[in-house]
Design a binder for this molecule. Structure first.
Ligand code: SF4
Length: 230
């Protein structure tokens, strides 16, 4: 029991150092360009599955001109909505989800997105990743957004095996390691860090500010001297 506690404390300490380095080196704004409207963030987050944030930002400009709020999207013609979200891929299911989500938000919550986790998870297309994003960004409630960048980077850093890809398990592991008030910014920073430095195919380990604290880099260094991940 004591050993587990010591190891948890060590991981918290290591995470604290990583958070400080990210705060010094990486921006923390949300990659999705929404305007502080929870409904818009919920729609954009749903569109972002298997799509780039850049594409979602482009598509959303026109989408919100046509449907500026949950009420108007709830009444949208399904075919017209599909056409608008088509560039984001998976457009049939995404269009159906954001229409139904808007119907519920307009009909049951007076146009306002709820902050309660259980209520958020009942919205079509909203999983824990989107729910945590909304709760953290718009309601200041924190939450680990276990997206592809978060899962990959924290696996490389050694907080769990790199083979672990289960977002719910990753969220559960990271939540006690990151102070709640820092969770939202931490996850936003991981998105930028994942794009600019620790990207999937060719991480820039040379010069990475986290290399001294990175398990994958340390193991590689022992094996091939440079530490660079291939
Ligand atoms: S050292 Fe390499 S693998 Fe580790 S965090 Fe930095 S870029 Fe990612």
């Amino acid at each position: 029991m004591k050993d587990i506690k010591v190891s948890e404390d060590k991981e918290k300490e290591r995470m604290g150092k990583i958070i400080s380095l990210l705060e010094k080196n990486v921006r923390s704004d949300c990659a999705l360009e929404y305007t502080g409207d929870p409904w818009k963030l919920a729609v954009m987050a749903r569109l972002s599955a298997q799509c780039t944030d850049l594409r979602v930002n482009q598509v959303s400009k026109r989408l919100f001109e046509v449907y500026p709020d949950a009420d108007s999207m709830a009444k949208a013609d399904p075919t017209a909505l599909e056409k608008l979200v088509m560039p984001c891929g998976l457009y049939r299911v995404k269009a159906a989800n954001i229409k139904k989500m808007s119907e519920i938000i307009a009909g049951e919550y007076g146009g306002k997105v709820p902050c309660d986790m259980e209520q958020l998870l009942k919205l079509p297309g909203v999983g824990r990743k989107i729910a945590n994003l909304i709760r953290g960004d718009l309601f200041g409630l924190g939450g680990i957004v276990a997206d592809t960048h978060c899962i990959r980077i924290c696996g490389r850093l050694g907080f769990y095996p790199q083979t672990l890809k289960d977002a719910v398990k990753v969220e559960k592991i990271l939540t006690p390691l990151v102070p709640v008030e820092k969770q939202t910014d931490f996850c936003h920073r991981l998105v930028w860090f994942g794009r600019e430095t620790c990207n999937a195919r060719n991480p820039k380990c040379a010069g990475c500010p986290l290399s001294a604290l990175c398990a994958a880099f340390t193991v590689n260094k022992e094996n091939n001297k440079s530490g660079q991940l291939s």
